[in-house]
Design a protein around this ligand. Structure first.
Ligand SMILES: Nc1ncnc2c1ncn2[C@@H]1O[C@H](COP(=O)(O)OP(=O)(O)OP(=O)(O)O)[C@@H](O)[C@H]1O
Length: 358
C-alpha cells in the first residue's frame, strides 16, 4: 500500500506543527521520519493513521483519498514507544485481542485464531512464551509482542512511533536487525519515527528528514548523508565541522585555506560556510597541499574503532574535529599540545543558501 501526503498543514492553537508537507511513500518501503524533538514527526504519523485531522491537505492510500476516513476505517497497525500491552492478559491473549473483538460476521473461528497467533509468535520469535504475562518479558520482547499484535489484524501498513526508544542500546541494535529482516519477509510498507540518525540510516530504505514542521529532504540513507540538501540536514546527520568564510573571484577563503568553487562572479565577496565531516579532515606532520593549515591538538578521544582528535586552527582559532583510524593514529603518534597540519577534504560550501561542492 502506497501513502501520499499532499500539502498537509496542522496547527495546535497558534503553533504550526506541520507546514505544507508533501511526501510519497511507495508500497513496501521501510521509511524513517527523522528529525529533532518537536519537528512534527509524531504529528505526521498520527495524521497518516487518522488519529489526528489536518487543517489543510490530503492523505491518499494507493491513490484513494483517505483524508476524511476515521482511524478504524484506515486499517493501519501502530506500535508506540511505550508498549501498551494489556497487563492482565497473557501474550497469546494480547496478540489475539484484535482478532477477537472483530464483528461476529468477519471474526475467525477459535481454532483459526489459535493458529494465526501461533504463526505470529513464531514470526516474532517468541513461540513458547504464549502463556507469560507482559511483566514477565524483557522490554525488547514486549515490543515484539506489540508488533505481533499490530500485525494480527493484517494492517495495510505499519506505523511505528519510536518503537525502540525506551530500550537500551544493545537491545535496540538487535531489534533493528530483526525489524529489517521482518520487513524483508513481509514486504509491508512500514513508516517509523525516530530522532536517532544512526537508527534511521541503518534501518530505512528512505529517510525523511524533518525540521520545524517541514520536510527538509527525502532520500536513501546514502543520499541524505553524502548529499545533504541544506546546512540543517548536514548538521543533523552525523558530526560536522563548519567554518565561516567568504567567496571572491571563484574562490572561497576559510581562514588561510583557499578553495576553488564554481560560483558566478557577480556575487563576489559573499559570506560562505564550509562543511566538512570529521573523517574528511586529514591530519599530518607536514603540509599535504597549500590548503593545509597549522593546528594545535587539544584533546584525544578513543572511540574504539576510530580516534577523534579535537584541534584548534592557528589561523582562525576555530575548533575542529578529525577522526582517524587506529592505524593512522599509531603512525602519527600525536600528543596533546602538538602542532599538526589539517587538510580539509570534500568540503561542501553553502553560499546564499545554495550547496556548492568544492
Ligand atoms: N496536542 C497538542 N497540543 C499542542 N501542541 C502539540 C500537540 N501535539 C504536538 N504539539 C506540538 O507540536 C510540535 C510537534 O510535535 P510532534 O510530537 O509531532 O514532534 P516530534 O518531532 O514527534 O517530537 P518528539 O521527537 O519530541 O516526539 C511540538 O512542538 C509539540 O509541542
Amino acid at each position: 500500500m502506497s501513502i501520499e501526503i499532499k500539502g498537509i498543514s496542522k496547527s495546535y492553537g497558534t503553533f504550526q506543527a506541520l507546514r505544507d508537507v508533501e511526501l510519497e511513500i511507495p508500497t513496501g518501503e521501510l521509511v524513517a521520519l527523522l528529525g529533532p524533538s518537536g519537528s512534527g514527526k509524531t504529528t505526521l504519523l498520527r495524521l497518516i493513521a487518522g488519529l489526528e485531522g489536518a487543517d489543510q491537505g490530503q492523505v491518499f492510500f494507493n491513490g484513494e483519498d483517505n483524508t476524511d476516513r476515521d482511524v478504524r476505517e484506515r486499517g493501519v497497525g501502530f506500535v508506540f514507544q511505550h508498549y501498551a500491552l494489556f497487563r492482565h492478559m497473557n501474550i497469546f491473549e494480547n496478540i489475539a485481542f484484535g482478532l477477537k473483538v472483530r464483528p461476529r460476521k468477519v471474526r475467525l473461528g477459535k481454532a483459526e485464531i489459535r493458529e494465526k497467533v501461533s504463526a505470529l509468535l513464531r514470526l516474532v520469535q517468541l513461540d513458547g512464551l504464549a502463556h507469560r504475562y507482559p511483566s514477565q518479558l524483557s522490554g525488547g520482547q514486549r515490543q515484539r509482542v506489540a508488533l505481533a499484535r499490530a500485525l494480527a489484524v493484517e494492517p495495510k501498513f505499519l506505523l511505528l512511533d519510536e518503537p525502540f526508544g525506551a530500550l537500551d542500546a544493545k537491545v535496540r541494535q538487535e531489534l533493528r536487525r530483526w525489524l529489517r529482516r521482518l520487513h524483508e519477509k513481509l514486504g509491508l510498507t512500514i513508516v517509523f519515527v525516530t530522532h536517532d540518525q544512526e537508527e534511521a540510516l541503518e534501518l530505512a530504505d528512505r529517510v525523511v528528514v524533518m525540521n520545524e514542521g517541514r520536510v527538509e529532504q527525502v532520500g536513501s540513507p546514502q543520499e541524505v548523508y553524502s548529499n545533504p540538501a541544506n546546512p540543517f540536514v548536514y548538521s543533523f546527520l552525523g558530526r560536522v565541522n563548519f567554518f565561516r568564510g567568504r567567496v571572491d573571484n571563484g574562490k572561497v577563503k576559510l581562514g588561510e585555506a583557499e578553495f576553488d568553487v564554481d560560483w558566478a562572479a557577480e556575487t563576489n565577496n559573499q559570506p560562505a560556510v564550509g562543511y566538512v565531516r570529521p573523517h574528511d579532515v586529514e591530519v599530518s606532520r607536514s603540509p599535504k597541499n597549500p590548503r593545509s593549515v597549522l593546528s594545535e591538538l587539544c584533546y584525544i578521544y578513543d572511540l574504539g574503532s576510530v580516534i577523534r582528535l579535537e584541534l584548534r586552527r592557528k589561523d582562525t582559532g576555530e575548533i575542529l574535529e578529525a577522526e582517524v583510524s587506529r592505524h593512522r593514529f599509531a603512525e602519527l603518534a600525536p600528543r596533546p599540545a602538538d602542532t599538526l597540519y589539517v587538510t580539509l577534504q570534500h568540503v561542501a560550501f553553502y553560499i546564499n543558501g545554495q550547496l556548492i561542492r568544492g
